[in-house]
Design a protein around this ligand. Sequence first.
Ligand SMILES: NC(=O)C1=CN([C@@H]2O[C@H](COP(=O)(O)OP(=O)(O)OC[C@H]3O[C@@H](n4cnc5c(N)ncnc54)[C@H](OP(=O)(O)O)[C@@H]3O)[C@@H](O)[C@H]2O)C=CC1
Ligand SMILES: O=C1O[C@H](COP(=O)(O)O)[C@@H](O)[C@H](O)[C@H]1O
Length: 728
Amino acid sequence: MSSTTPKKEHFTVVVLGASGDLAKKKTFPALFGLYKNKYLDPNTHIIGYARTKMDLHVYHDQVSKYIKIKSDEDKVHLESFLKLCTYQSGQYDKDSDFQELEHHLRDVEKQTRAKARLFYMALPPSVFIPVAKSLKKNNHPEGVTIRLIVEKPFGMDLESSRELGRELGALFTEEEIYRIDHYLGKEMVKNLMILRFANVIFGSVWNRHAIDNIQITFKEKIGTEGRGGYFDEFGIIRDVMQNHLLQILSLVAMEPPVSLSAENVRDEKVKVLRYIPPIQAEDILLGQYVASEDGKVPGYLDDKTVPKGSKTPTYAAATVFINNERWSGVPFVLKCGKALDQQKTEIRIQFKDVAGNLFQSLSRNEIVIRVQPGEAVYVKMMNKEPGLGMKTIISDLDLSYSKRFNDVAIPEAYESLILDALNDDHSNFVRDDELDAAWKIFTPILKKIDEGHHDPIPYAFGSRGPKGVSEFVAKYGYHRGKQEYVWPHSSEPGTGQEQSTMSSVSLLETILYDPADGLFLFDYHCDRMISSAKELAAFFASNQEEFLRELIPTRSEIFTKVDAAVKNAGKDRRQRLRLLLDFDGAITIQCSHLPSETKTFSDASIVLLLDSQSTPKDNMFLMHKTTEREVYNDARTRRGLGPITAPKGPDEPFDVILYNEFDEVMEGTIANIAIEVEDPETGKLEWITPPVSCGLLAGVMRRKLLEEGQLRERVITVDDLKQAVLGQ
Ligand SMILES: NC(=O)C1=CN([C@@H]2O[C@H](COP(=O)(O)OP(=O)(O)OC[C@H]3O[C@@H](n4cnc5c(N)ncnc54)[C@H](OP(=O)(O)O)[C@@H]3O)[C@@H](O)[C@H]2O)C=CC1
Ligand SMILES: O=C1O[C@H](COP(=O)(O)O)[C@@H](O)[C@H](O)[C@H]1O
């Protein structure tokens, strides 16, 4: 399959549609990634071509717009990368413009001596053929190797796809064409062959004898905002299911190929698709999103670019069957949708029930391959609950990439695929007969949908999808499990387990749960975590845009998880919850039980120490609650205090008070500070607390007291503090 060795053949890359969204967001960042990591020959010249007229300066701004610069080294790489990028404007159907492109190419190639050209068509389908014709006529000189990357959609149905195939086929050979489906470049999709064919423990159960049903799910939180007009022509089945999900299915279901060569792999992929009959009307469930429950986010039809009364589905669940020896009778449920409750793409393989009745209340085994976000493979399995009894509980074997491979950068799908194309490796590209087989499965049902025979069921923006989804998957045998399963397992802080989930900075909230009062100031905790997530995304999220757009959880999503964790740890017990949010959207909750009443000390009995030196206030870890606690730990160490524990006795120092470089009091290492002073104007006693601008965390209790008017913000100097506390 794909190789990762730098390619010897020397290419010029031409990006057609260079002013568009795809080129900016995916193609140029991918080319830069390859260049930076030395997978691209350092002399490779990249020519952008599009209708928009722009000078080189503006063009370079466009090229760089979505390229992430994480270090000074990256900056240097970008400068040299931009020197390789030139631009030429021209129409998509004018020979004279393509001839000018040819002059540009020849000038470049005189210097670089490149003898091969990679044309990347980041273009709308309406101009695929005119551009392909112009390229063939004007930019395909003899003796020059040509590779043409074509983006989806590859037609609207079997007929139009064949027509497109015929027209392209008359111009370029199948070896020259690379039909991109970027899901084939995703790390976990590329991992499927290895998981299946390099592990006896998986390979031997990968069939109808052991597996009950398989779900392949794609969920997005975002709606079609901004591209409603485009989307309406296609709908979610053509946008995601017929290509991305079906490609995943073929890798999950195919037989082992004779070798890893592109043709052998694709032979097996196409074979399995041919065993799938067209989807039947009763095996499909469609939905279209309406406004969110609180009415704040508009629905699909509220988008002005969407035709009034459109029945285009934004959600679809469809079940296919593979009528071969391995899979006969096993439903493959494909689900995809926009404007849903979460973002995820996963493959869920559910096994059959255990035979016999040795144990009660067992849940089925599942292998879950999490494609994104947070790549993981986990096996849900039954285990003995540790202890004296013989109770069974659900547990897991968990290969979370963030823990197992935490220092490895996972390449972007487009990087991996462009490299494959440069290396003449077709295995992760779609072959013409695969496309044909895929359209055969979907075309009859798509025709019926286009003719308006299927009314989509409305679902609220941000929900799990249309009513009936759970019943739909249950109809095909999916059991949601008899026992509650919470991941990760709750752990007592200090066991070390919580450390292992913190390969980098995570946002942190510590929440009190009391059976009588519920979760203390829960909304305030959520608000703080969500707003810190937005502010710190630029520093810690590896994909800032995606994190901000889709991965920051809502209050209700956090509540669902917290509630499940509390239940799991015992709703009748007082608990301290450590809620962690990673910058890839993963939430971790650790519960520890508390005594039924917490010991309190009167004010006079708490010993507080003033820090021995100031702390600069300009520190993001003071303003946001995160797992990065160095600034606090340093202060404790300076004053001889160990790690944070509950106060052990009235005489033992409890906390250290930090102050900034201007001698203004900030806060303690675990609490905000307030003092009671005389109001200089009225002479009345009042409680004051330093403003956040002094460099401190806006605590949730502090917020409550400020809102209730029990506390007022005022700068407190170290002298004020001494005066108030010691009367000096
Ligand atoms: N290494 C890791 O990253 C691991 C992560 N986890 C996490 O633990 C959590 C639980 O995992 P898991 O049990 O596998 O997955 P979930 O419980 O999230 O989903 C299991 C199945 O139940 C469906 N489902 C979810 N909510 C409902 C509902 N309210 N009513 C009916 N059906 C529902 C899902 O459908 P649908 O897909 O349509 O939502 C899915 O088919 C997940 O957040 C998972 O990501 C677990 C183990 C390891
Ligand atoms: O091809 C498409 O894929 C994206 C989702 O891609 P991802 O890599 O972000 O998962 C989807 O949003 C878009 O509608 C579709 O055309």
